[in-house]
Design a protein around this ligand. Structure first.
Ligand code: ADP
Ligand code: MG
Length: 243
């Protein structure tokens, strides 16, 4: 089996109190090349927190995170950003496109600060848009695109650097069912071509298309019926009040 692309070793998250708020119990998890992972669970269960920690957008309050074998906490902010830019791509529920830019230029922004020249940025952006089925929409601005098309532009922007892992936090949350299904099929295709895809969703139809399923409930992650989080009561937490 290949080395993990991302690993959590007892990574958990609390917010300082009082009372301390525990949002993710220490969790151990490895993501490998080309895996499709669905993260499911009710609102407030810690899905976005888990995704942000896996994607190094947020720091765990305990435990460690390794990306491509490198321990993130050992790196400075610059090195961490470089590692993130090299290996990780992100897509969110709201597409976060620049309204004044064309689809092509929106995607090309994914290559800013990458050392790639402007002309090649545009060529690679056009290829990424082709990959998501939007070669006929290069000059359209977000306001001239449907929701599903805007999300596909956002996916192309995330893919243009050829990340090893693509994270999508509720990517179909703002779309109708049919359009959402198209976006999910697209993400599944991305995984088939070797990118690890981690998608947060509360749509069971989405989760069914992804092989691994991590279920969160009150900050405890369960996979295949087995907890991958270690339950940690925090002194001062709400459960201790008055005891
Ligand atoms: P989900 O994505 O599953 O809806 P989140 O990961 O966004 O859940 O949030 C998990 C929990 O963490 C929620 O109870 C939320 O209120 C809490 N939380 C998130 N951010 C903060 C913060 N900055 N301070 C305190 N609590 C937070
Ligand atoms: Mg969330």
């Amino acid at each position: 089996m290949s080395a993990p692309v991302i690993e959590l070793r007892g990574a958990g998250k609390t917010y300082p109190g009082p009372p301390v708020i525990r949002v993710l119990h220490p969790t151990t998890l490895a993501l490998r090349q080309g895996e499709r992972v669905a993260v499911v669970g009710p609102s407030g269960s810690g899905k976005s927190t888990l995704l942000a920690i896996l994607g190094t957008l947020d720091e765990p309050s305990e435990g460690s995170v390794l990306v491509a074998g490198e321990e993130i906490a050992a790196l400075g902010e610059r090195a961490r950003s470089a590692l993130r830019a090299e290996h990780l791509g992100f897509v969110f529920q709201q597409f976060h496109l620049m309204p004044a830019l064309t689809a092509l230029d929106n995607v090309a922004t994914g290559l800013l600060y990458s050392g790639v020249r402007a002309r090649e940025r545009r060529e690679r952006a056009a290829a990424a848009l082709d990959e998501v089925g939007l070669s006929g929409r290069l000059a359209h601005r977000p306001g001239e695109l449907s929701g599903g098309e805007q999300q596909r532009v956002a996916i192309a922007r995330a893919l243009v650097r050829r990340p090893r892992v693509l994270f999508a936090d509720e990517p179909t949350g703002a779309l109708d069912q049919a359009t959402g299904a198209e976006v999910v099929a697209l993400l599944a295709g991305v995984a088939d071509r070797g990118t690890t895809v981690v998608v947060v969703t509360h749509d069971e139809r989405v989760a069914e298309r992804f092989c691994r399923r991590i279920e969160l409930c009150d900050g405890i992650a369960v996979e295949a019926g087995r907890p991958i989080s270690r339950l940690t009561p925090d002194a001062g937490g709400p459960e201790r009040v008055g005891s």
